[in-house]
Write a protein that binds this ligand. Structure first.
Ligand SMILES: N[C@@H](CCC(=O)N[C@@H](CS)C(=O)NCC(=O)O)C(=O)O
Length: 359
């Protein structure tokens, strides 16, 4: 343990802060959680106004929860959060993609489309930002972004149906296993905490939904936020996924995979035609149409989706043919995602996305 603490600039009701916090605690890292200081710390260090960020004892800056958790795993390998066996590793990265990219829709819907939730969230924002004015501007921007994400009166019934099914599937799983991969937390659990803890558990209206319909999920949330750094649990033996995880993977495959692939395809079409000197894509590159449960959804096209999609695809493409076949069987429902071969590749340059060579 280092003498100087890590500094975690975060907020309780922040989706992506909730993803990192259990990892810091599970690994027994000596850290301080601080209110986000945008002016003096976050903007000067990253050039962006996103939380969370981590400042290490060596004064390095880590930004973007996937990069933060990758770096943390390298720096503090034990106990591991990233399985090294092919099926469990792929399942982890796939569920991270689902949690980060797709579950934003229910999280934003349940926070901002209900007056009671939105009123509470506005106060929560004012509290962690220490400013009512800044909070109101931030909340207005979040509320205004719903149609861009594809959360509209036409789509909310499908979004809510997905959420109820997710809570049922997770409740059945957590009634048998403490964590997604068995007896030990993984990156997949951390990623699901973003939508499930920071939004659905803490927000007023979905908070009741969880407590009334998904008690095992509430228990998992409390386990995740209060892990014992000395706990001895293991992931399931022999690279196996629990049978209770199969319905989750089918749900992800049916609802989230088509939307994620449509977003990636739309970004790639834009990238095919981009000006030759555009080596850093903007965060949004126009919009595209996709479908959720038979309903047409129009969404802005996010360049970041391809970067997230590369994570499970890189793990899949590193496997030999027989291991890929085993992964397809184990991750039944998500085969279309694993089969996708991007034409473009994104890397990070000083926290920003930049085009890279396809290998
Ligand atoms: N991909 C980033 C996303 C971070 C993010 O979107 N953070 C939210 C709070 S949970 C934020 O700061 N949003 C500010 C904004 O969208 O302007 C990560 O994983 O860290």
């Amino acid at each position: 343990m280092s003498a100087r603490p890590y500094r975690f600039y975060a907020a309780e009701v922040s989706y992506f802060s909730a993803k990192v916090r259990p990892a810091l605690r599970r690994k027994g890292v000596h850290y301080l959680e601080l209110l986000p200081d945008y002016r003096n710390v976050i903007l000067p260090r990253t050039g962006m106004a996103f939380i969370p960020i981590v400042v290490t004892p060596e004064n390095e800056t880590w930004q973007d929860t996937s990069d933060i958790l990758d770096a943390l795993e390298r720096r503090v390998p034990s106990p591991p959060l990233y399985p090294t066996t092919p099926v469990q590793r792929l399942a982890t990265l796939l569920l991270e993609l689902y949690a980060d990219e797709f579950l934003l829709l229910p999280a934003m819907h349940y926070r901002w489309d209900f007056a009671e939730s939105a009123a509470k969230a506005r106060v929560d924002f004012a509290a962690f930002l220490q400013s009512t004015g800044t909070a109101a501007r931030g909340a207005d921007a979040m509320q205004g972004s719903l149609p861009l994400l594809g959360v509209t009166p036409a789509t909310v019934a499908a979004i809510e149906a997905h959420t109820r099914e997710l809570l049922d599937v997770l409740s059945a799983h957590f009634a048998v296993h403490p964590y997604l991969l068995g007896g030990r937390m993984s990156l997949a659990d951390c990623a699901l905490m973003g939508p499930l803890y920071a939004h659905l558990y803490l927000d007023a209206v979905p908070g009741r939904l969880l407590r009334e319909t998904a008690v095992p999920v509430c228990q998992w949330i409390e386990r995740m936020n209060h892990p014992d750094p000395d706990a001895a649990g293991e992931w399931l033996d022999d690279d196996v996924l629990a049978p209770t995880l199969a319905p989750l993977l089918r749900l992800v495959g049916a609802d989230a995979v088509p939307m994620i692939l449509d977003a990636a395809r739309a970004f790639e079409s834009w990238a095919d035609e981009r000006p030759g000197d555009a080596d850093e894509p903007p965060r949004a590159v126009g919009s595209h149409a996709t479908r959720l449960r038979g309903v047409e959804v129009h969404r802005y096209t996010s360049s970041y989706t391809l970067w997230m999609l590369q994570r499970p695809l890189d793990a899949y493409r590193a496997l030999a043919a027989d291991a890929r076949a085993a992964a397809n069987r184990a991750l039944a429902g998500c085969e279309a995602l694993l089969a996708y071969v991007p034409r473009h590749r994104l890397a990070k340059r000083r926290f920003k996305l930049a085009f890279d060579r396809v290998t």
